[in-house]
Design a protein around this ligand. Structure first.
Ligand code: AMP
Length: 191
């Protein structure tokens, strides 16, 4: 099984690249942001409470996202593997994912970290906000809050994955296909 983590700040291109990678390598794409937005759209109690946090750029509780990931993995064990996009975002999430994957005897193949500077991220996020209508993409202060959360809670996970020897850092600025090719090369090297 191939298990990939796609890592990066808001607007780094994780979603765009994860869709392409999932298609090329036959993986199941799991985006916690998409799963949460589906709950919001369906108006579930989980979605209603998550929306209040998401609109402000605050993380939803570890317990909720870990539960969502667990049930997605469990239902898709017969596939070729997974690409996780936007998860894990905190140390408890990373530890929970390790535990889940070791229970299923499927280690992380590679963690791919996309690097993009803050100015470029803000340009992309504000453009996406106009197209998608996402509340959290439309306000500069919310963007800054998400960056702060990323820098404090998520970015330290790079060290975590460096220690286990599965971290590859890549430049996330350039043409979509150019970045996709460099990601694909790293993945292919692990096959
Ligand atoms: P994203 O689509 O990945 O940018 O996520 C949008 C929002 O969903 C985030 O700002 C968080 O509020 C929430 N979210 C997505 N993934 C997670 C996660 N792994 N842990 C906690 N909150 C999350």
């Amino acid at each position: 099984m191939l298990n990939l983590l796609l890592f990066g700040p808001p607007g780094a291109g994780k979603g765009t690249q994860a869709i392409k990678i999932a298609e090329k390598f036959g993986l199941m794409h799991i985006s916690t942001g998409d799963l949460l937005r589906a709950e919001v759209a369906a108006g579930t109690p989980l979605g209603i409470s998550a929306k209040q946090l998401m609109d402000k750029g605050i993380l939803v509780s570890d317990e909720i996202v870990i539960g969502m990931i667990d049930s997605k993995i469990e239902k898709n064990l017969s596939g070729k593997g997974f690409i996780f996009d936007g998860f894990p975002r905190t140390l408890p999430q990373a530890e929970a994912l390790d535990k889940l994957l070791s229970d299923y005897e499927m280690p992380i193949t590679i963690t791919l970290a996309l690097e993009v500077d803050e100015e470029e991220l803000y340009k992309r996020i504000s453009l996406r906000g106009k197209i998608s209508g996402r509340v959290d993409d439309q306000d500069r202060n919310t963007f800054l809050k998400r960056m702060d959360v990323y820098n404090k809670e998520t970015s330290p996970l790079k060290e975590y994955y460096k220690k286990t020897g599965v971290l590859v850092t890549l430049n996330g600025i350039g043409e979509i296909d150019e970045i996709f090719n460099s990601l694909s090369k790293e993945i292919t090297a692990k096959l």
